[in-house]
Design a protein around this ligand. Structure first.
Ligand code: PHE
Length: 440
């Protein structure tokens, strides 16, 4: 029987966890969510939710994962024998499945833009029109989504995972440099300050329960928390790794990249006379327009989309990883086949989401949005918060303090604060936010 893998190097885990976290959540979803939820207030709530709720629960996933040393279901069975907690693992599988079904649609859009940037020029004047024509074309979106899924499956089932992680040591910092350059260009456009005001000067009329839940969901989504993804990654981990430090680094990095994405997008949105409430197309409409304003922009945009694709793949492989590892449990020899089988299934389930902007644009789901919006709502606003709530309760009440302290090995004061948060603050806050989203 095949052995369970372990991270080959100490840095492997941190890179993989950061790779899973940093992706479309920070770069694509954060700007569009901020744009449709009034900017600054959303930004503020997102930062607070990340630090007070997201970070401790991310750490909880690390603790449970390394303690359990197995796929989510097996780990939870091992840690709470004879109880129903392992259902949380199946729930994580379900959430990841749905997440990837629409995440891959956006991955497909990135491929479309990459191919266009290589073969045709993107220095057109109407970027909204281009985006709308792409997402409304059923063949193009489905091919994009299919190719993206094949890439994801291929990485998960082949031995090149380690290579991907090593490559991320170069690719991610490079992406960061690109964002800094884009931010500088965006900030020096005429009228850019309006965008900064939108992002950082609060308009309290947007402070509602719904915005709060959106911000909380965004914190979980972008930290990959609530679907047992981080739990699964931590299960491959050796004892020496400092979990608290890793959770802290991933959370801060995630906030920094999200803010940076906002600082790139919004000054340009206002300077170029576009709408902040553009929706899921926001970065696809705005980024090419910024590249138009940069010398050698046509070349740089190709490199940029390659880097963005890379960041997206390091997240999508973590979603497929949970589905596969939970799906096959200990039967490691079935990994290859399972990756293809689940991957294809996810693609099929994602087809209606892919067609939500064209053929199926008129189909309205509960909540009033499209099928794509519905898949997002099911996960970001329901699946992830419930998953995170359960994880928090598990770490706070089911695991003993001796067990958690043994994994945490932080300063006793930090250990205790963490325990207090996962026992009281985080679960209560999640429940209150959930209820508030219905009434205010
Ligand atoms: N955090 C990832 C991103 O921001 C998305 C993700 C969510 C990945 C949940 C795995 C699990 O792109």
């Amino acid at each position: 029987m095949k052995q369970r893998e372990q991270w080959t190097s100490k840095i492997g885990f941190v890179l993989a966890a950061a790779g899973s976290a940093i992706g479309l959540g920070a770069i694509w979803k954060f700007p569009y969510m901020a744009g449709t939820n009034g900017g600054s207030v959303f930004v503020l709530l997102f930062i607070i939710c990340t630090l007070i709720i997201g970070l401790p629960i991310l750490l909880a996933e690390f603790v449970i994962g390394r303690r359990g040393k197995s796929d989510a279901v097996t780990s939870l069975k091992k840690l709470a024998p004879g109880r129903k907690w392992h259902w949380m693992g199946w729930m994580g599988l379900g959430s990841s499945f749905i997440l990837l079904s629409f995440y891959s649609v956006v991955g497909g859009w990135i491929l479309s833009y990459l191919v266009r940037a290589i073969f045709f020029k993107l220095d057109i004047t109407d970027h909204s029109e281009l985006f709308n024509s792409i997402i409304a074309n059923p063949l193009e979106v489905l091919i994009g989504q299919a190719v993206f899924m094949v890439l994801t499956i291929w990485i998960v089932q082949s031995g090149i995972r380690g290579g991907i992680e090593r490559a991320s040591r170069v690719m991610m910092p490079l992406l960061f440099v690109f964002f800094i350059l884009l931010a500088i260009r965006s900030l020096t456009l005429d009228g850019a300050m309006e965008g900064i005001r939108f992002l950082f000067v609060p308009d309290w009329s947007y402070l509602t329960g719904k915005t709060l839940l959106m911000a909380l969901g965004q914190a979980f989504f972008s930290l990959s928390v609530g679907v047992t993804a981080m739990m699964t990654y931590a299960s491959y981990l050796q004892k020496e790794e400092r979990l608290g430090q890793s959770a802290f680094n991933v959370s801060i990095l995630n906030i920094v990249i999200s803010l940076l994405a906002g600082i790139v997008i919004f000054p340009a949105v206002f300077a170029l006379g576009q709408s902040p409430a553009e929706g899921p197309g926001l970065i696809f409409v705005v980024l090419p327009a910024i590249f138009n304003e940069i010398p050698f922009g046509a070349l740089f945009i190709i490199v940029f989309f390659i880097l963005l694709l890379f960041a997206t793949l390091t997240s999508s492989i973590s979603m497929l990883e949970i589905v596969v590892s939970t799906g096959i449990r200990n039967k490691y020899e079935r990994r290859k086949r399972a990756a293809w089988m689940f991957g294809i299934l996810i693609f099929i389930v994602g087809i209606p989401s892919a067609l939500s902007f064209g053929l199926l644009a008129d189909v309205k789901m509960p909540g009033g949005g499209t099928i794509f919006d519905f898949a997002d709502m099911l996960t970001s606003r329901i699946g992830l918060p419930i998953g995170a709530l359960l994880i928090s309760i598990f770490a706070g009440y089911v695991l003993t303090t001796a067990e958690t302290d043994d994994e945490l090995r932080m300063h006793p004061l930090l250990n205790r604060s963490w325990k207090f948060i996962v026992r009281f603050i985080a679960p209560i806050a999640i429940v209150i936010i959930f209820i508030a989203s219905f009434i205010m």
